[in-house]
Design a protein around this ligand. Structure first.
Ligand SMILES: Nc1ncnc2c1ncn2[C@@H]1O[C@H](COP(=O)(O)OP(=O)(O)OP(=O)(O)O)[C@@H](O)[C@H]1O
Ligand SMILES: [Mg+2]
Length: 334
């Protein structure tokens, strides 16, 4: 019997679920490959931990950026490694449901589909990420009412208004939480002449940032490398620096949501005014982000529970429906 697999590959995290076992993989989108043999050595945290610790011919790759694949071959190997980890054998010729950002180009969609096929999938169905998110949230996706969802990921952001199973208005940006980390790192370099790792910049964002600039007095001491001398120093970073770095990206994200809602037909606008808008994706956890969007749009904004897992849960629900339908076909096929 074919195995059904749901797959949400993101810029920073990858999630895999099966209909029977739920979410079985939720780890960084990283793959360590032996460049001599081409074999996958590790995926996820295993690959992350092996950075700088393995022999010279094992390289660690991040095949996704800005929400889509930037390296077809490595993506295919990553998916094959994920199938292995999830116990999906190549022989089972898995049926795969994958989310894709609505801003992905036809070439990016084809690359994603082909990568899954190269990894051993028999059949690949792509579903627009906002639809998967709305299904994961339990919104009435198929009904003639408007449901508003905004996905805030590490590399991509998109706002969508969904009705009758489709996206009525949508807008997206190839930017997300990672861009805030880079903005924090570059302001630190400019003001203090030091370089910090992406992980440190991300930690500063998660602990100090407020989308409304409310965290002015907080600070963190981090280890950084001085640009001129190359030595390590301790630097105290204040929330004011972090918040100053975030402004441009946050304003552009707010504009994206405003554009999406502004294009909505009046009846659906009315639905959003009464039902509100839900934020999903890990970047939605940024302090006061929901409030910033609520103030800027005049709409009630909720952050989903476990926002980073909403899409994979939606994909898993799609799998369950598909399996049930396939079982009906099998029953009649005697
Ligand atoms: N508490 C938090 N505060 C602020 N940001 C957070 C928090 N927790 C996670 N994030 C950010 O959420 C992002 C990861 O979200 P998510 O897992 O949804 O991204 P992704 O699916 O890998 O990316 P994409 O869908 O854009 O390709 C990272 O930028 C991370 O820094
Ligand atoms: Mg994502």
């Amino acid at each position: 019997m074919a195995t059904d697999v749901a797959l949400d590959i993101g810029t920073s995290f990858t999630r895999l679920a099966t209909a029977e076992r739920g979410i079985v993989f939720d780890e960084p989108t990283m793959v360590a490959i032996d460049t001599n043999s081409g074999d996958v050595v590790e995926v996820g945290y295993g690959a992350l931990d092996s950075v700088g610790r393995t022999s010279r011919h094992v390289l660690v790759f991040r095949p996704f950026a800005q929400g889509t694949t930037v390296d077809f071959d490595v993506t295919a190997r990553l998916i094959a490694g994920l199938f292995d980890r999830a116990g999906v054998s190549k022989l089972s010729r898995a049926r795969v449901v994958m989310s894709v950002p609505s801003l992905a180009t036809p070439i990016e969609r084809r690359a994603l589909r082909q990568a899954a096929i190269q990894a051993g999938a028999r059949e690949v169905s792509l579903i627009e990420a906002p639809i998967a998110a709305a299904i994961g949230l339990g919104l009435p996706v198929q009904d003639p009412v408007g449901s508003a969802v905004t996905i805030l990921g590490a590399g991509a952001s998109e706002a969508a208004l969904i009705s009758l199973g489709g996206i009525v208005t949508g807008s997206g940006r190839r930017q997300g939480g990672n861009d805030l980390d880079s903005a924090v790192a570059s302001l630190l370099r400019q003001r203090h002449g030091v370089v910090v790792s992406p992980a440190v910049a991300e930690m500063l964002k998660c602990t100090l940032a407020s989308a409304l600039g409310r965290t002015r007095d907080a600070s963190e001491v981090v280890t950084a490398r001085r640009v001129d001398r190359g030595d390590l120093v301790e630097v105290e970073v204040g929330a004011d620096l972090v918040n100053a770095a975030l402004g441009d990206v946050l304003m552009s994200t707010l504009k994206m949501v405003q554009d999406c809602l502004g294009d909505a037909p009046p009846d659906l606008s009315q639905d959003v005014s009464s039902g509100g808008l839900t934020l999903v994706g890990g970047h939605a956890l940024l302090n006061d982000f929901a409030e910033l969007i609520a103030t800027g749009t005049g709409v009630e904004v909720h952050v989903a529970d476990q926002p980073d897992l909403v899409i994979i849960k939606g994909l898993q629900l799609c799998l369950e429906e598909m399996s049930a339908l396939h079982a009906l076909f099998r029953n009649a096929d005697r």
